[in-house]
Design a protein around this ligand. Structure first.
Ligand code: BGC
Length: 460
């Protein structure tokens, strides 16, 4: 990618699409602040409370299915725009919900947006990024997720601060004080609007355009984001790849697709079985159980969130230089060792002091530069264009299924088996991920999407 304006354009397009990750992170984290308010105001039973959280996940699953079904038909750009509109509608719906039912439907809608964005945002980026920078650019998406989580914590804290100080009356008082959870959701409309506006001017994916026989349009867009020589070569590669395989149906699964699908699904599930969300969301509660006062919970959330953001920068810088597998190798080594050590601290009762906090931060840092971004990078680059959206949807569905499983079983395991066994269980899954990544996953950095055939898909 030699030409400066083209490089800038493609960077803008990928950053705009990555904002989908910002909403993903914000939407999943905002509920942690709003939950206690909602519980008090609506006198939620445990079932209703569980439902309020899990309806978001149900929405995700619907969103993933919807994207798999519509994106090949209407195109990547329209799909991503729909995700942005859905996010905005969900933010408004949650903030002004006149009843619990409307709130639940709006949360479900937010989940649909998250599910859609989790398929379409990184995939759109992968289809635009030049091969040499694809790792970096898909990692923007992970970066946006982590920034979204951090922003939600900070904005929840800000709303709480305003709520404490505000003694007025009227709409502002209602939104920010008496029913402060509304403001927490309303703030989500700001990143939603930014996402929508940023996407307005981005072009359609040239790969999708070729797949629907609009090669002229694809050539025009490629010339906008690449030098003329690069554009010609890329168009010819995409067209050749299209001739090789034209079926857009994933089932029955072709022999050549079995290994990439296995890799995508296994990496997605093992990403979640590393316990990342349990540790991010229960982290402050874990600290409480070891005597660190709960008044520090926000501080810990912010520290965890900031480390998560900062270490994603490592992946942005090195995913293309050292490759996906190197990041997985070093990251998973750190993850396994820190989880085993955390388990040992719990097992021996040595949980006082700051060693536990340090180990958890090491774990977050290692996740942030490896398993977090690299899972998304690999899922979005290993499938051929004709089946990409369906295959990516299947892997993302597996990821959300695993999110659900961890959410269901983590509290149970913690309760029945204790923290040591729980940490060791996460360590065991991460060890499996380490072995799998080193033996089955192949290096894909620097290859164009069309060259993936040579990496994974056996020649016919
Ligand atoms: C995972 C999310 C997680 C986030 C944390 C993402 O890669 O898919 O489940 O919350 O990383 O940074």
């Amino acid at each position: 990618m030699s030409s400066i304006p083209q490089a800038r354009r493609v960077n803008y397009i990928c950053i705009a699409a990555a904002l989908g990750g910002l909403l993903f992170g914000f939407d999943t984290a905002v509920i942690s602040g709003a939950e206690s308010f909602l519980k008090t105001q609506f006198q939620l039973s445990t079932t209703m409370e569980g439902w309020l959280v899990s309806c978001g996940l149900l929405g995700c699953i619907i969103g993933v299915f919807a994207t798999g079904a519509i994106s090949d038909r209407i195109g990547r750009k329209k799909t991503i725009l729909i995700a942005a509109v859905v996010f905005l509608a969900s933010g408004i719906g949650c903030a002004f919900a006149p009843s619990l039912n409307v709130l639940i439907v709006s949360r479900l809608l937010g989940g649909v947006g998250v599910g859609m964005a989790s398929v379409i945002s990184p995939m759109y980026i992968a289809e635009f990024a030049p091969a040499a920078k694809r790792g970096q650019m898909v990692a923007y998406y992970q970066m946006a997720i982590t920034v979204g989580i951090l922003l939600a914590y900070l904005s929840n804290a800000l709303v709480l601060q305003v709520a404490k100080q505000d003694t007025g009356s009227g709409a502002f008082h209602w939104l920010f004080s008496t029913e402060a959870w509304r403001a927490m959701f309303l703030i989500m409309c700001v990143p939603s609007l930014c996402f929508l506006l940023a996407l307005w001017t981005v072009p359609e994916s040239p790969r999708w355009l070729v797949s629907v026989n609009k090669s002229h349009e694809a050539a025009r867009i490629l010339n906008f984001i690449r030098t003329p020589e690069e554009a010609d070569k890329e168009l010819s590669d995409i067209s050749k790849a299209k001739k090789r395989s034209s079926s857009t149906s994933l089932f029955p699964i072709e022999k050549a697709l079995r290994v990439p699908l296995l890799i995508g699904v296994v990496l997605a599930v093992l990403q979640q079985f590393s316990g990342i969300n349990a540790i991010i969301y229960y982290g402050p509660r874990i600290f409480e159980t070891v005597g660190i006062p709960s008044s520090n919970a926000l501080l810990f959330q912010v520290i965890i969130g900031a480390i998560n953001v900062i270490f994603t920068l490592v992946a942005i810088s090195y995913a293309d230089k050292y490759g996906r597998k190197s990041l997985l190798k070093y990251g998973l080594t750190g993850i396994v060792l820190s989880l085993i050590s955390c388990g040992l601290l719990f097992y021996t009762g040595n949980t006082q002091g700051y060693l536990l906090l340090v180990l958890i931060l090491v774990y977050i840092a290692c996740f942030a530069f490896s398993v977090g971004p690299v899972t998304w990078i690999i899922i979005n680059e290993i499938f051929p264009t004709n089946v990409r959206v369906k295959a990516v949807s299947l892997c993302t569905l597996a990821l959300w299924g695993a999110v659900w499983m961890v959410g269901q079983f983590f509290p149970w395991l913690l309760d029945k088996a204790g923290a040591a066994i729980t940490f060791w269980a996460f360590a065991a899954f991460s060890l499996i991920n380490f072995i799998f990544s080193l033996t089955v996953v192949k290096e894909t950095n620097g290859k164009t999407l069309e060259e993936m055939d040579e990496v994974y898909i056996a020649p016919h």
